[in-house]
Design a protein. Structure first.
Length: 258
């Protein structure tokens, strides 16, 4: 009897180990496929600038800036790949270099890449409730915090209590077919999924009041004038400490080279 029980336990252990190994290998395969797919898309549709330099950090937020752009995007060809691609997001010296998609809900691209193939990496995607042109009071853009440091994993490196990372990554670039933007990083926060930031603001005053209620601990500069923010872009990913919480990055969109 004891021998039978031991055999059953051994068989169950082998089955459990085999299943775990299968899941691990499958995940590693998907991670690799995701990286290769996005690298191929970037190589095919994006051209990096050879003479790009970062602009100086500013505590004010002008409505427009004249800067040299880090890359150019072939949106016509990208639209042929997938018409849901509405933009391209890029942050120098990070892994953030991806197309941005928008569907009729916030579930479709959670586990689908830009070519619509299933993959755990999913896509960087905009909230379906947003217009897509940053005219909303708050535009939400989501991406996974992947274990292989891809997608939006670099967002968790921003820490308002330790501005070193911010000082070398103060701007994120966002490109569309019509206009290009600098997303001026102004602050960060670890938020509950029920946080007010994930709901619609009625007007800019309500959004500014929300930011004021979070300050000064969320801001990278105490000199920043919240009243200068008419529109907000919020980048969201899973917190590094809890998948039930979100690490959000608050940005001011500024049109470049109009």
């Amino acid at each position: 009897m004891k021998k039978t029980i031991l055999i059953v336990i051994l068989v169950l252990a082998v089955i459990g180990f085999t299943f775990s190994a299968y899941k691990l290998i499958s995940s590693m395969k998907e991670y690799k496929e995701g990286e290769e797919t996005y690298e191929r898309i970037s190589n095919d549709f994006v051209t990096l600038s050879a003479d790009f330099t970062l602009p100086e950090i500013q505590n004010t937020a002008p409505e427009e800036l004249e800067v040299n752009e880090p890359l150019s995007v072939d949106f016509e060809s990208l639209s042929a790949l997938n018409p849901d691609i509405i933009g391209w997001i890029y942050c120098p010296d990070t892994t953030i270099n991806y197309p941005v998609l928008k569907a009729s809900d916030n579930d479709y691209y959670l586990r689908r890449m830009a070519d619509r193939k299933y993959n755990i990496a999913g896509s960087i995607f905009m909230d379906y409730r947003n217009k897509g042109d940053f005219s909303d009071i708050n535009t939400l853009i989501y991406g996974h915090n992947m274990k292989n440091s891809t997608m939006f994993s670099d967002i968790v490196n921003y820490d308002s209590s330790d501005p070193e990372y911010y000082n070398s990554h103060p701007y994120i670039y966002y490109f569309t077919k019509e206009k290009n933007y600098i997303l001026q990083v102004i602050g960060e926060k670890t938020a509950e999924t029920s946080d007010r930031i994930f709901k619609d603001f009625e007007n800019k005053e309500e959004m500014q009041e929300y930011l004021a209620g979070c300050t000064p601990k969320i801001l990278f500069s105490t000199e920043y004038d919240i009243s200068s923010i008419d529109n907000l872009v919020t980048l969201s990913t899973c917190s590094k400490n809890s998948s039930a919480k979100r690490q959000v990055l608050f940005c001011k969109p500024i049109i470049i080279n109009k």
